[in-house]
Design a protein around this ligand. Structure first.
Ligand SMILES: *Cc1c(COP(=O)(O)O)cnc(C)c1O
Length: 230
């Protein structure tokens, strides 16, 4: 597995796909299922923002990835569905929760943040194709949800995240990326007090080109860098 070559390839594809129309999105390397020892080689490559989707895995790997709690080497993003009873385990290991998708979860993150005397940065997960079973707030419910979360002092909303349906490359999929960008700009222009709309996290190994073309600020890429997961 040539990590350096794979990363260079993804980076250059992102650069050409964003076409100078949008800034090149930041590459978040999705390291789920890979042991900490296999993740450490990302450090000298400058890939320090990583995505993990399971709390248990984060708890196991964080002490190896970030031995100095006060000076972490990696910034870990939580990108998977988060159970409310597990929020308390990740408050100190995660720099961004990308999967805030319901009020019950927001209330628990807020509660744990206040306990830890910190503010947790979050992205609100939106269901791009109206598939709420896949997680995410329906687009039409988003403004009201954001206004409610804005009242919680322990949460700082930084933007939106979407997991696209697995359609394979096709115009319908590209349209969903475009719709997400439109939605992002729409809520950004609403300028809801207490809400920052800076990040739009969308795009994975199979579709990061569409994401870059339609104004993602972050893409979450795993298998195109690490190879297929077992
Ligand atoms: C696994 C995962 C990714 C990365 O998927 P790849 O297809 O391996 O790039 C991105 N986002 C989420 C939410 C994931 O669970």
């Amino acid at each position: 597995m040539d990590l350096a070559a794979n990363i260079a390839k993804v980076q250059s594809s992102l650069e050409s796909a964003s076409e100078g129309r949008y800034p090149v999105p930041k590459l978040i390397c999705v390291t789920k299922t890979h042991p900490a020892q296999d993740i450490l080689p990302l450090l000298p490559l400058g890939m320090t923002e990583i995505g993990e989707n399971r709390v248990q895995e984060i708890r196991e790997k964080a002490p190896i990835l970030n031995p100095e709690k006060t000076d972490p080497r990696f910034r870990i993003h939580l990108i998977g569905r988060l159970q409310t009873n597990k929020v308390k385990y990740i408050m100190h290991d995660v720099c961004l929760i990308q999967s805030l998708d319901r009020m019950e979860l927001a209330l628990e993150i807020n509660r744990q943040a206040e306990k830890a005397e910190k503010v947790m940065p979050c992205l609100v997960q939106v269901s791009p194709a109206g598939e709420p079973q896949k997680g995410g707030i329906a687009p039409e419910a988003l403004p009201a949800f954001l206004r409610e979360v804005a009242q919680l002092p322990g949460i700082s909303v930084r933007g939106l995240m979407a997991v696209m349906p697995d359609l394979g490359p096709c115009p319908a999929l590209e349209q969903l990326f475009q719709n997400m960008r439109v939605l992002f700009e729409h809520v950004r222009d609403e300028a809801i007090p207490g809400i920052q709309m800076e990040e739009l996290s969308m795009g994975m190994s199979g579709d990061y080109l569409y994401a870059a073309r339609h104004g993602a600020t972050m893409v979450r890429v795993g298998s195109a860098i690490f190879g297929p997961r077992a």
